[in-house]
Design a protein around this ligand. Structure first.
Ligand code: UDP
Ligand code: MG
Length: 330
């Protein structure tokens, strides 16, 4: 079956990326022009930068790029909201103008050549194509170790994520239209797309080193993301708490029986040490459990408020967009 060629929007979140953007923007353009020239995507395809409230000159660079070449367009978030929200803003912005989106980081770490394979899979009928890192040779041992731990933990905790897939992903606009009904404020995109369903597959690529600048994912941000992923996608921790509670209750019951037996046998020596340790232990467990429950309540609090997940303050193409909207209304 010959499918009609698609309009592709490449979605690129950028936060304080003035050091890399001038370099990688050229790479993206070259790639897009190649894809258009070889007939893999339509001429109307675009590169959409999402400035995530950068504090440096990222937006100025995007603005200049958009003036220079029609393939570049950009939107700016009104403030820094984090990687996930930036990607979402881009996807939601693009979904009505294109047939497919590919989200990719702007630091040149993800291999652009994987896009050909992604498109091929799309034309074979897949609506979501996950870019999966084949290896992590360029990462430090520490980064590799923490990242592996991250995926293991997520899967163990019941959040379904693709191993070694970050946010380099092809998604069709059909999926995005349905995805826009997922109204949650706590975002963990790579775990949410599997929930939308549709046919999906993986494409493997090798991850490179960052071209310039530093990673924004510190160890504490990674831990936050892992915890967010788990608590957004699964209630397993709450189950674990219940199981732990049952286990402790049974243990305590045995200890009560044991102490009664000891009492009857007249061997009740004041066991101050064991008593204190048990109290501390139980107290600790209770605090952890309360903390985990609190996390969920915190999430509910944020969801109930239903604040906007992104606010676009600027576009490089206001006029063009208005035209499109006018046309749609007619
Ligand atoms: N990013 C963003 N908002 C943020 C942090 C990061 O839009 O608050 C973007 C960043 O510009 C990059 C991508 O998210 O394009 C991934 O960030 P980074 O390369 O720092 O993470 P790593 O690849 O080390 O996991
Ligand atoms: Mg990176």
């Amino acid at each position: 079956m010959q499918v009609e060629k698609a309009i592709l929007y490449i979605i690129i979140p950028c936060y304080n990326e003035e050091a890399v953007l001038p370099i990688t923007s050229k790479m993206f353009l070259k790639k897009l022009q190649f894809l258009i020239r070889t007939g893999q995507v339509k001429e109307e395809s675009r590169i959409l930068f999402v400035d995530d409230g950068s504090k440096d000159h990222t937006w100025d660079i995007i603005y200049e790029l958009a003036k220079e070449n029609k393939y570049y367009i950009g939107i700016a978030q009104s403030r820094n909201r984090g990687h996930q929200n930036a990607v979402l803003a881009g996807l939601m912005e693009a979904k009505d103008f294109c047939d497919i989106t590919i989200s990719i980081d702007c630091d040149g770490q993800d291999d652009l050549n994987a896009m050909d394979a992604m498109l091929e899979e799309y034309y074979h009928g897949y609506d979501i194509v996950y870019g999966v890192r084949a290896e992590r040779k360029t990462d430090t041992f520490f980064k590799r170790f923490t990242a592996e731990f991250f995926y293991r933990l997520l899967n163990k905790m019941g959040a379904e994520v693709i191993y070694n897939h970050a946010d380099y992903r092809l998604v069709s606009s059909k999926v995005l239209q349905n995805f826009s009904d997922f109204k949650e404020v706590n975002l963990f995109l790579r775990g949410m797309f599997p929930l939308v369903g549709f046919r999906s597959t993986c494409v493997f690529y090798e991850r490179q080193e960052r071209i310039a600048g530093d990673s924004h994912y510190t160890i504490s941000k990674m831990l936050t993301l892992a915890f967010d992923g788990i608590t957004s996608l699964s209630v397993k921790p709450v189950h674990i708490i219940t199981e732990m509670g049952i286990f402790l209750a049974i243990m305590s019951f045995c200890i009560v029986i044991w102490s009664i037996v000891q009492y009857v046998m007249g061997e009740t020596v004041a066991g101050w040490t064991s008593m204190t340790s048990v109290i501390c232990f139980i107290g600790g467990i209770q605090l952890i459990c309360l903390g985990v429950l609190g996390e969920y309540i915190g999430k509910i609090y944020l969801e109930v408020k239903a604040r906007p997940r992104y606010i676009i303050s600027n576009r490089t193409y206001e006029a063009e967009r208005l035209n499109i909207e006018e046309n749609k209304e007619q």
